[in-house]
Design a protein around this ligand. Sequence first.
Ligand SMILES: [Zn+2]
Length: 118
Amino acid sequence: MHEASIATELINIAVQECAKNGYSKIESIKVSIGRATGIMTDALLFAFNVLKEGTVAEKANLIIEEIPVKIVCKDCGKNFESNENYLLFECPHCGSFSINLISGKELKITEMEVSNEN
Ligand SMILES: [Zn+2]
């Protein structure tokens, strides 16, 4: 995963939203990140803090909410959860690798706090 390009993308979206709504400063950005995305949250935070310099988001905190992986097995139909960030999951009930992800692929801004203070 390329955390720097994800951070750039998040900042671009946030800066555009901020400008569109007539605000001058971003206080915080909250993102949901599914664990199956393989994104390293530490690396993302680091990249965000470097790349936000010189933008309206330069004082913004990045708040990361990690979404656990929820999976349904195509063979036995049972659901299970995983906190691993692998892309290959084995059903703990029947050992099948034939699975569907219900959640864990999320990558989106869920909340943004903006203001007009300098
Ligand atoms: Zn199964």
